[in-house]
Design a protein around this ligand. Structure first.
Ligand SMILES: [Zn+2]
Length: 141
């Protein structure tokens, strides 16, 4: 596909994207530490499952995706910005990402998994995050 060629990025955009990547990593750590505190056991980067969920427990049949608001274009979120250069490339990319997200969730659900998406912007409030995780996982201990 022609949209998959490497991106001609200017320096400012590359810098911004490197920060986005770091943000995602710390987002994942926040969710993991919250789950640990709540006493849930899980594995990370589950390559054998559709979409390689960031966090999952195969035996208990639940999976969590932690989505960066930029990459997965969180609707209505201020982090879901559209880069000024190559707008069409980005719009197509975000659309593909969204379609893949939906497809993967459907596959997992058809395998009997409960699936939760945690957005990057939802991890800033630890209390709200633990509420969200608790209600998703109630009954899955
Ligand atoms: Zn967001």
């Amino acid at each position: 596909m022609k949209n998959d060629r490497p991106l001609p990025l200017d320096e400012k955009t590359s810098f911004k994207l490197s920060k986005v990547k770091q943000a995602n990593t710390s987002t994942e750590l926040k969710v993991r530490s919250c789950l640990h505190k709540l006493g849930f056991r899980f594995r990370i980067r589950n390559k054998g499952l559709p979409g390689s969920p960031d966090i999952a427990n195969r035996r208990k049949k639940w999976a969590i995706f932690i989505n960066g608001c930029f990459w997965h274009h969180h609707e209505g979120c201020k982090l879901a910005t559209l880069p000024k250069n190559n707008k069409e490339f980005w719009l197509a990319k975000f659309k593909r990402n969204k379609e893949r997200d939906i497809d993967v969730v459907n596959k997992l659900r058809s395998m009997g998994f409960n699936v939760l998406t945690v957005w990057q912007c939802e991890t800033n409030n630890g209390y709200m995050l633990s509420l969200k995780l608790t209600s998703f996982l109630s009954g899955h201990h």
